[in-house]
Design a protein around this ligand. Structure first.
Ligand code: SAM
Length: 521
């Protein structure tokens, strides 16, 4: 480049590179242009290029510099997009609103609607999608409008939106949404057709379930059951399958209910909850004597005890066990713990139970900062320490997640001022951190790193700081396929190794809060 190259020339070259999707070169050129002259549009271009190479933190800093020099709709759009990508939806909403106050564009309305949708503000989202559609008809805007309408129980309007979306672009997801909207508005035959079309394009558990319910409603029982079997072959969702069994029993279709569970047992012979569902059905249809031999051969400890507990739970709204071992673990271990419906309530219970005289409040597994921000806001006067590689899981989590999944790709999230984050693998960051806090004990430890090895590292390194009164929260303790091999296993080994006694304070569908009572080694 010659000495006479001006900032404007560099900016123009950068734009050319950006347009040919050579973002790295565009970044270099925008930076060179800014070195010669700080200009709002060079900062804006640089921010978009950074966004396109997933350097989200830098993109946000850069676009703020552009906005300091000049408020421009496209800069707010860029800021909104970056914030949306790091799941900071509330901040993204403000950015998109600012963008729209300067210039109305269809994609700002669409993006605003998506951020509103993700924060469950459905009626505002509907409004935004409709405004987007006035400016430009796009299949996805219709599709997501349909989803928001369905969430707001406006199934007739949703049907219209999904049809319009499909007219612009055929896709399985809109046929699925259309199917559920038709089902909601009791147009069963049309719902069946829609789910079938969706399934031709892509086999999906939700479409099989929808198809099953639509067929059940018009009493095409055998076909309905087949759809549910195929759904169960994708993933066994016991609560959903049980809804089907319950519906058949309620309608006194005992033969069909028994046939349903028999086929499920054939397909999933290891699943004890299906067996309990079968026994429950046989009991309800007063045919226990017929199946006595079969039941007596089952090798399940406390079988009747557990069947009774199963019955008790299926009649409650909270029934959501995914496997029988979780159910029996709850029955025999959580009797004096408080049941709470979700992870936030579990965190609240845990925080309420902490010992004021203890020190360290820590979270392992921060990701985009959702739970650590929740904890930090409840404890504004405490320092909350968060640990994460921000590079995802160091190894696969059974068959649930692969190595590297759940990553922010190095991005360090925005968190409240009383949070301090440590980036790196626990085995490296935690020993150094503890060395800087001599004599301090653990008050609250939130473990949300999912896998055995990471949990094992945390508990081993923290062992000397864990004392009677320390509260430990696990986010993925039980009630999913393979739970006994991960956070649960690492904690049980810790209990053995240090001769620990403990009590469960609270439990949610996957989470538990534990108080350490004594440590004898
Ligand atoms: C489920 S996410 C955490 C979710 C977070 N608590 C929230 O509220 O959204 C699990 C996190 O654990 C992190 N992680 C797992 N094992 C790790 C290890 N050994 N060292 C550092 N980070 C780890 C991953 O990078 C990932 O961000």
């Amino acid at each position: 480049m010659s000495e006479s190259t001006t900032p404007q020339d560099l900016f123009n070259f950068a734009i050319e590179k950006y347009q040919s999707e050579d973002y790295q070169e565009a970044i270099n050129l925008f930076r060179s242009s800014i070195e010669l002259q700080k200009n709002w549009n060079s900062y804006q271009g640089l921010a978009w290029a950074l966004l396109n190479t997933n350097q989200l933190g830098e993109a946000i800093d850069t676009i703020k510099k552009s906005l300091d020099l000049k408020e421009d709709w496209n800069s707010y759009q860029c800021l909104g997009t970056a914030l949306f990508r790091i799941k900071q939806y509330t901040e993204a909403i403000y950015a998109y609103q600012n963008s729209l106050s300067l210039k109305e564009t269809w994609n700002s309305y669409l993006d605003l609607g998506l951020a509103l949708f993700n924060t469950e503000q459905y009626s505002a989202a509907i409004d935004s999608f409709k405004k987007s559609l006035v400016l430009k008809e796009d299949w996805y805007s219709y599709h997501i409008l349909g989803r928001a309408l369905l969430k707001s129980d406006l199934s007739i309007e949703a049907i219209d939106a999904f049809y319009k979306g499909i007219n612009l672009q055929v896709n399985w997801d809109s046929y699925n949404g259309l199917g559920w909207s038709l089902l909601e508005s009791k147009q069963f035959s049309k719902a069946i057709k829609s789910f079938q079309k969706s399934l031709v394009l892509r086999e999906d558990i939700s479409s099989y379930n929808g198809l099953g319910w639509a067929l059940l409603n018009i009493q095409r029982f055998k076909e309905a059951l087949r759809a549910f079997y195929l759904a169960s072959d994708i993933t066994i969702l016991i609560p959903k399958l049980h809804e089907v069994g319950k519906q058949l029993v309620k309608g006194k279709k005992y033969d069909l209910a028994i046939e349903f569970y028999e086929e499920l047992m054939r397909r999933h012979p290891e699943n004890f909850l299906i067996i309990f569902g079968f026994i429950w059905t046989v009991k309800e249809s007063k045919r226990l004597s017929e199946y006595q031999v079969f039941i007596s051969k089952l090798k399940i400890d406390n079988c009747w005890d557990l069947v009774e507990y199963y019955e008790l739970n299926i009649n409650k709204k909270s029934f959501n066990f995914n496997d029988a071992r979780s159910m029996s673990y709850v029955k025999y271990n959580f009797a004096s713990a408080t049941y709470v419906p979700d992870r936030e309530k579990n965190l609240e219970e845990a925080i309420r139970s902490t010992n004021r005289n203890y020190h360290l409040v820590m979270e392992f597994g921060v990701f985009y900062g959702k739970s650590i921000s929740f904890i930090a806001k409840i404890l504004p006067k405490e320092k909350v320490y968060g640990f994460d590689s921000f590079e995802g899981l160091p190894e696969a989590w059974g068959t649930r997640r692969n190595k590297g999944d759940i990553s922010t790709e190095g991005f360090i999230p925005f968190v409240p001022p009383n949070v301090q984050l440590f980036k790196g693998w626990f085995k490296d960051t935690l020993p150094k951190f503890l060395a800087s806090k001599p004599g301090m004990n653990s008050k609250l430890i939130h473990i949300d790193c999912d896998i055995y090895s990471s949990t094992k590292t945390i508990l081993s390194v923290l062992a000397k700081t864990i004392i009677p009164g320390t509260i430990i929260i696990f986010d993925e303790y039980y009630n999913y396929l393979g739970w006994e091999d991960h956070e649960f296993k690492a904690f049980q080994e810790f209990v053995q190794e240090y001769a620990v006694t403990y009590e469960y304070i609270a439990y949610a569908p996957n989470q538990v809060s534990i108080r350490i009572l004594s440590k004898n080694k």
